[in-house]
Design a protein around this ligand. Structure first.
Ligand SMILES: Nc1ncnc2c1ncn2[C@@H]1O[C@H](COP(=O)(O)OP(=O)(O)OP(=O)(O)O)[C@@H](O)[C@H]1O
Ligand SMILES: [Mg+2]
Length: 461
């Protein structure tokens, strides 16, 4: 097989084709040209191409149509669009069709070579990533505990992407370890000495999110007496984790896209742009593709961010991790909560592994902390393990409707509701009040009534 990268260049202008071929004259590239979309697709169907570079404005099939057709045939091929009408709008359209990048015309040879090299680097990363996904080898992070094949695979992927300076999307249910994985990526990356900054887009009110991220200039709005750095600037030289990114309003999503494309930010109310060097990681416990179809998440931003997506599996799909994790949490929290406890009793183990852990690792951690508080002996006993039976209220209701009195049903609903809110806000009452649309005092009253302790939702540092 040919070891060179196969690149297909599509343009109706023969001079442009000749120029591209000359600029990309390199022993590691095999350049094939096509004068229109139809010819390009015919060539594409005959042999594999890792990259397609296409002009935007062409008679007949335009660049976007070519890209869509290529995408249909092969998801992995990287796409770059060339356009004489370089506007953010064209770029956005191209990215929606799945472009990795765009190049303004007239073509700057340096920019062309750089962008081609970068897209091919992303291609090989994605390939390696796929290969690794298929086979799991042993990993090596101290903080991430687990013995299942799934978690070992995750560790491998983390170590693979850590050294490459690309964005990563982390998905998985709440409490599966997305924050932890993001931190592991940062710590294993060349940026480890730089800052790691995280922001939960769902927990910050919309009106503040923009100034949090991008900062503001003095006098940008009433009350802006001084200038303030945003988190992008705080994270300069390091990593920025955008948690619950789906919840960022669309205006902010487009600003994020621009920062990722241009590598610079502009503070609110400022006319000057500041370059920032930040690796962006994004986390979400919801399906981003679904959010795209619902129109809540920008597809172009998704393509920019998701060169690599790491999915953290729910705990119920990797029961072999339950006991090692439980022991890990005894070691971690025992010394401060109950140093007498050394281990789990066999009965406690049985109870833990039988449960489905809807709140995943976070729920397990809270359960162990709670058990440590009430344990009397040197091992955690069966009765120290308190499991949340109330959880699926909605499921419990239909069959038992007749037997649940209204007050009980209400209480159990409220408990489930506040559990979700508190885990979202990490136990922060002000944020919980904001989300629930009631006063802080009211939140406290509800929590007391349903027997929830906000401290149990606080994240350990
Ligand atoms: N594999 C693991 N090994 C050790 N600790 C873990 C592991 N996975 C998760 N944890 C711990 O569980 C808790 C919850 O994890 P984390 O905050 O990373 O979840 P998350 O996926 O970001 O949740 P959310 O979607 O609610 O933000 C943290 O205290 C984390 O340290
Ligand atoms: Mg998180």
């Amino acid at each position: 097989m040919d070891a060179r990268w196969a690149i297909l260049v599509v343009d109706d202008d023969p001079d442009a084709l000749r120029l591209c071929a000359r600029y990309l004259d390199d022993p590691s590239y095999k350049i094939v040209t096509a004068p229109n979309g139809r010819a390009a697709l015919a060539k594409f169907d005959k042999e594999p191409f890792q990259l397609v570079l296409t002009d935007m404005m062409m008679p007949g099939m335009d660049g976007l149509a070519v890209m869509r057709e290529v995408r249909k045939r092969n998801q992995r091929t990287r796409l770059i669009i060339m356009t004489a009408f370089a506007s953010i709008h064209t770029a956005v359209e191209a990215m929606k069709a799945g472009a990795a990048d765009y190049i303004p015309k007239p073509i700057d040879p340096e920019e062309l070579r750089l962008k081609i090299a970068r897209a091919l680097e992303q291609y090989s990363l994605a390939e390696e990533f796929q290969a690794l996904k298929r086979k799991a080898v042993s990993g090596g992070f101290d903080e991430i505990v687990g013995e299942s094949a799934a978690i070992r695979k995750t560790l491998n992927l983390i170590s693979l992407v850590a050294s490459r300076d690309v964005p990563v999307v982390l998905t998985g249910e709440s409490g599966t370890g997305k924050d932890l994985a993001a931190m592991a990526i940062h710590n294993a990356s060349p940026r480890a000495r730089g800052p790691f900054v995280a922001i939960n887009c769902a927990a910050v009110p919309e009106t503040l999110l923009e100034s949090e991220l991008f900062g503001y200039a003095k006098g940008a709005f009433t009350g802006a007496y001084g200038a303030k750095k945003g988190l992008f600037e705080e994270a300069n030289g390091g990593t920025l984790l955008l948690d619950e990114i789906v919840d960022a309003p669309s205006a902010i999503q487009s600003k994020l896209l621009r920062v990722l494309q241009e590598g610079e930010i502009r503070r609110l109310g400022s006319t000057r742009s500041t370059p920032v060097n930040v690796r962006v990681l994004a986390a979400s416990n919801r399906d981003l593709r679904q959010a795209i179809t619902q129109g809540r998440f920008r597809e172009d931003l998704f393509y920019r961010l998701s060169v690599v997506t790491i999915e953290l599996p729910p705990l119920r799909e990797r029961p072999e991790d339950i006991v090692p994790l439980a022991r890990h949490f005894i070691k971690r929290h025992g010394p401060s909560i109950n140093p007498a406890v050394r281990d789990l009793s066999p009965e406690a183990v049985a109870r833990l592994v039988e449960y489905s852990w809807p709140g995943n690792v976070r729920e397990l951690e809270n359960c162990i902390k709670h058990a440590l508080v009430i344990a009397m002996g040197t091992v955690l006993a069966e009765e120290d393990i308190r499991l949340e039976k109330l959880h699926p209220v909605a499921e419990a209701l239909p069959e038992e409707q007749a037997s649940i009195v209204l007050a009980e049903a209400e209480k159990s609903f409220l408990r489930g509701y506040f559990e979700r809110v508190l885990s979202k806000t990490s136990g922060n009452i002000s944020m919980a009040a904001e989300i629930a649309g009631i006063s802080r005092k009211n939140v406290y009253e509800h929590l007391r009534r349903v027997g929830l302790d906000p401290a149990a939702f606080r994240r350990s540092p």
